[in-house]
Design a protein around this ligand. Structure first.
Ligand code: ADP
Length: 271
């Protein structure tokens, strides 16, 4: 679904933000992108949504070649994606309903389907009854849930969340993460950038670590939220631990044993 081959990004000022990244993310995977500040995580996301263009290498998303994609086709690419920002990016003049409906109106969906779908996604994120409120009347955690509802409204194939828990407290972060896992279970590929080691340990899944623009490690943490995907290896083979590096999150604690990453092929579509 997402394919990067020897991808590098050099910004016009000469900063090499990503260097020679090769990886694939399959449909239905749940992936954390971690790494220190300045490592290139946001740049990675920007390449995926084609806000930035890779300088070298091959990059495709859902069969679309993002190196040679025509500018006028980029909005179609983005329609297959839902994006949750750290700072919510809600429009305060609009009600919760209108904030969520915005992306559907942008593509000319009929008002009747909008009403139905917005109701459904607000239910998914536990915000029924808030339709007529304004974002500023909601708590930070609720605002983040509105932003998640907005990202889900057009049934994205890929949900991208950039530090979605960066501006909310730990309990609410946990709730948002549970929702992202639930969305993933419906078949949506979920990619979450975070620096919160605790959440990564707790929720598990595939962990891609970027450091100084390079792909530093790529491994799987199995937990009850993200159990190992159907046996790519014989049962009992749990020998592969993530590389030992003191800047890296440990994989003990609430998580079960880390296992080597296998390909993911969860099926099913979002409702
Ligand atoms: P992270 O999200 O991991 O903190 P970023 O992708 O934001 O890392 O940044 C990676 C590197 O690229 C950093 O050195 C950063 O200063 C640089 N960088 C990011 N955006 C730009 C830009 N628009 N122009 C030049 N350099 C940039």
């Amino acid at each position: 679904m997402i394919h990067l081959e020897n991808v590098s990004k050099v910004y016009p000022n000469g900063t090499e933000a990503l260097n020679n990244i090769t990886l694939d993310i399959g449909k239905g995977e749940f992936v954390f992108i971690v790494g220190p500040s300045g490592a290139g995580k946001s740049t990675f996301l920007k390449l995926l949504i084609r806000e930035e263009k890779a300088t070298f290498g091959k990059l495709s998303v859902n069969g679309r070649d993002l190196i040679n994609i025509k500018k006028r086709k980029i909005p179609y690419l983005r329609r297959t994606m839902g994006i949750v920002f750290q700072d919510f990016r809600l429009i305060d003049k609009m009600t919760v309903f209108d904030n969520v409906a915005f992306a559907m109106r942008a593509i000319g969906e009929p008002e009747k389907s909008i009403k139905k779908r917005v109701g459904t996604v607000l239910k998914i994120v536990g915000l029924e009854g808030t339709e007529n409120r304004r974002p500023r009347e909601l708590s930070g955690g609720e605002q983040q849930r509105v932003s998640l509802a907005r990202a889900l409204v057009n049934r994205p194939e890929i949900l991208i969340a950039d530090e979605p828990t960066g501006n909310i407290d730990p309990e609410l972060s946990f709730e948002i993460m549970k929702m992202l896992v639930a969305v993933n279970r419906r078949g949506t590929t979920v990619i979450v950038v975070t620096h919160e080691h605790e959440l990564v340990r707790k929720f598990g899944g595939r962990v891609i670590r970027i450091a100084e623009g390079e792909l530093d490690s790529d491994y799987f943490i199995s937990t009850k939220y993200n159990p190992q995907k159907p046996a790519p290896k014989p049962a009992g083979d749990e020998s592969a631990a993530p590389p030992d590096d003191d800047d890296k999150q440990q994989t003990d604690g609430s998580a079960e044993k880390p296992e080597q990453n296998g390909s993911s092929d969860k099926e099913g579509g979002q409702q």
